[in-house]
Design a protein around this ligand. Sequence first.
Ligand SMILES: [Zn+2]
Length: 287
Amino acid sequence: MASLQKHPKYWFTDGNIVFQADDTLFCLHRGALFVHSPTLEGIFTLPSGVVNDGVDEEHPIKLPGISGGEFEHLVSWMYHVGSVHHDRNLPSLVAILKVSRLWQIDNSIDWAIAHLNQLNLSAVTKLELACKYTIPQWIPPSVCLLLLNPLSAITEDEAYCLGIRVYSIIAKAHEALDMERHIIAAVPPGLSLPPLSLCTPSQHSNCKDIWAHFWWQKIAHQLLHPYNPLPLNSLVQFIGEQKNPDGLNLECKGQFVGEVVESGGLDVKENIIYGAITSVQGYYDTL
Ligand SMILES: [Zn+2]
């Protein structure tokens, strides 16, 4: 006991519940704690089985796995809710989240998540926190962002943070998206379709040549761009924005574009992303 220190700020002489985190003792007010969490009140008003648990510095309630610094952040939050001077940096918010999850203090969980959201955290940091502290709503947007940016944008340190399993899910989804883009780019859609009423078979052979040329020049080129490929879900809009190639029957063009939509390639991207999100969620659920 000799090595234990009373916290310089959060040892209240009129406090009535004592905690020990690492080698730091905190003497707090039950009322100040319980106002934030009925769950906490339940935990600390039930007999713990330990005689005099938390009544004085000789009998502190121990907080295994929580450092003195982490507990201080939560205590500071409890005593200064709404204060503009409260720390809102990453370590303090994560500490509040960690202890709050343990004690199921919903309002400090919500407060910490809301303020973490304002820190412009990277998708990798968000996934790491989502996994450690159960923030499921951060998984879909983070995975989506990692898939929309190049795989090479993930640094070695970030890959380590993600873990081999999640990195592998992201890498495979990237590969699937690349493959889909190549498949769509490779063959101009609709060439096997017959001419429509306003076109004749001989004119239509011209339509097909023009469409194939347009596809290679304007569309495949964009889809296969090495640094900034055209997103598949912008494909139809992109075609619509291009000037109609000279000599292409508009009705036939409409039919070709219809085939782009029909071929289902555009949904494939959504399916690949959705599959990756579901895999990451599924993996985190097993941890
Ligand atoms: Zn035609």
